[in-house]
Design a protein around this ligand. Sequence first.
Ligand code: NAP
Length: 277
Amino acid sequence: MGWFDGKKGLILGVANDRSIAWAVAQEVMAQGGLCGFTHLPDRPDDEKQKNRRRVAKCLENQPNARFLVPLDVQKDEDIAQLMHKTAEEFGKIDFLLHSIAFADREDLSRATIDTSRSGFHLAMDVSVYSLLAVARAARPLLNPGASILTMTYFGGEKCVPGYNVMGICKAALDACVRYLAFDLGSQAVRVNAISAGPLKTLAGSAAGVGEMQFLYEKIAPLQRNVTHEEVGRAGAFLLSSYSDGITGEILHVDAGYNIMGTPGRWLEELKGAAKPS
Ligand code: NAP
């Protein structure tokens, strides 16, 4: 008996086997869930179809992975086609994972004050508005009790220098979770987010994960970083009926880093280093 026996849903945001979406999907499928996947569309002149192939490689030998279709969340027609395919394959669905973010590298590396107007629009469109667009398009397919989950980061709650424009996006995404939870609550659909500690992924390296992992080891109560598997299991929990009383919540899976108000145990080391010799 698995948590997801008889359940079907969508996993958006697998780029490769290091993606957080893949960690969640593996847990869902191991528990019996059937999943539809998406990949970023390849350019028509890309004969190698790199984006599709990267995701397809993950899905090899996964009998519960039922389809793979292109999706650029900036395109309403792609979202409509995804839902059409989903209705055809699954009828109704029980879970939807949105694990998507993007900002121009130049904008990520600039001070927040220097974010370009076009870069701001792009980051907000892909990383925030897409949750509303996908939830709206999926709405007619969502069974009562269905669960939507997105991935956020602490940089939306507090200033994390270097996270810059993406921090603003995550603050807006967190607000979307609460407003969507209200809108969809009348249909018995839940909406939550996981705030994950830094993990090495494609998007993570663009956002400077290496330095953050150093800080987490020093400051987090558990004195370590979280793993893909830990985030995957928490994601599966929030997508499953085991969390059926929880909505509008941001669950931190970060070894406790977010509760700290000082560098904690690291402070003694810092004070020692600061003492004149
Ligand atoms: P990832 O593997 O790079 O996943 C990001 C996904 O977003 C990729 O599959 C990417 O597709 C997709 N994407 C980007 N633009 C898109 C578009 N226009 N349409 C459709 N899909 C698009 O990195 P990840 O770390 O797992 O990121 C997943 C989520 O977790 C993001 O929201 C991220 O902010 C969040 N998060 C990450 C960390 C971390 O430390 N890694 C921590 C907290 C939260 P392509 O790669 O094919 O472009």
